[in-house]
Design a protein around this ligand. Structure first.
Ligand code: URA
Length: 295
């Protein structure tokens, strides 16, 4: 199979509205070889680097990020310099307005280190709890929704054990854009402090609209940002209540940490104890069975 044939086939599928296709090992190898060839530096400057065309054709939603030079900011915009005033209306209308503002959020865009697509939040602004992770990854960017990849499935399982569903809660990220990497395909990285700071006014406004009874921070990145600590393991941050902007905040492990420690009952129990504390705070019913999980 030639690369041209494969691209034509994928384009035809894309035109038919197909967003995912199964690639057998021959197709995968064809793409891999082409990427290796394209990544090998060429002595003659080409008019347009073909690497983009190839990856866009394979995965239109998963295209490589623009090079740093292409996306380099002219000047970084201080998030504090932007006034975000909300229109009158109910919580849903205000969240929807905030989302529209986040779309072209210049403090984040001006950094030139985040991907262009903005992924805001999922759930209901009527929720009593705001669950916050670090930033969207590959799957989240593709589906335009926080926590939909493997970590999201784990989160759903934890919520199910609490007898909750994501639709009845409010789930968001501290950074609303997927952090970029050179030659990025499916790989992700955590947002850095500047990227987090650029989106912080959005998160604070979300809290102002929702007025939750508590915040649950998942993982070290979100936890450090909200408790103002650095290089502190979640194991040391968890197990207590904090205050963020007057709202009780609990910190626990990121679901992806649990995925890496599936057989570690001790760590599962610690996360569950944090969840029990959250349930108690929200005055949710807790059964004897729930109290005993992972003991
Ligand atoms: N991890 C996060 O912290 N947030 C997501 O949305 C997905 C994975």
């Amino acid at each position: 199979m030639t690369v041209g044939t494969l691209i034509d086939y994928l384009k035809a599928q894309q035109e038919k509205g197909v967003s995912h296709v199964y690639l057998d090992s021959i197709a995968k190898n064809t793409i891999r070889n082409e990427i290796v060839t394209l990544r090998t530096p060429k002595p003659v400057k080409e008019e347009r680097p073909p690497v983009r065309r190839t990856l866009e054709a394979v995965e239109p939603e998963r295209s490589v990020i623009p090079s740093q030079a292409e996306s380099a900011p002219t000047s970084v915009i201080d998030p504090a310099s932007i006034t975000l005033s909300l229109p009158a209306g109910d919580k849903a209308a205000q969240i929807s307005y905030l989302k529209s503002q986040a779309q072209e959020w210049t403090p984040a865009k001006s950094l030139g280190t985040l991907r262009p697509k903005m992924i805001f939040s999922v759930g209901t602004p009527e929720s009593n709890i705001v669950i916050v992770g670090d930033s969207p990854g590959f799957e989240e960017e593709l589906k335009q929704e926080p926590f939909v990849g493997k970590a999201g499935q784990k989160l759903d399982a934890i919520l199910k054990a609490m007898k909750l569903k994501r639709e009845e809660l409010y789930i968001t990220n501290i950074c609303k854009f997927r952090p970029s990497l050179p030659g990025q395909t499916m790989n992700n990285r955590k947002p850095d402090t500047q990227e987090i700071a650029s989106c912080m006014p959005l998160f604070i406004k979300e809290l102002g609209i929702i007025k939750p009874k508590c915040i649950l921070a998942l993982g070290a990145t979100a936890a450090e940002a909200l408790t103002n600590q650095q290089n502190t393991p979640v194991g040391r941050m968890r197990g207590q209540w904090y205050d963020f902007q007057g709202i009780p905040l609990r910190v626990t492990y990121h679901p992806s940490y649990l995925l890496r420690n599936e057989n570690n009952l001790t760590e599962k129990r610690k996360l569950w104890e944090d969840m029990l504390a959250v349930m108690e705070h929200l005055e949710l019913p807790i059964s004897e069975k729930q109290k005993g999980y992972f003991k």
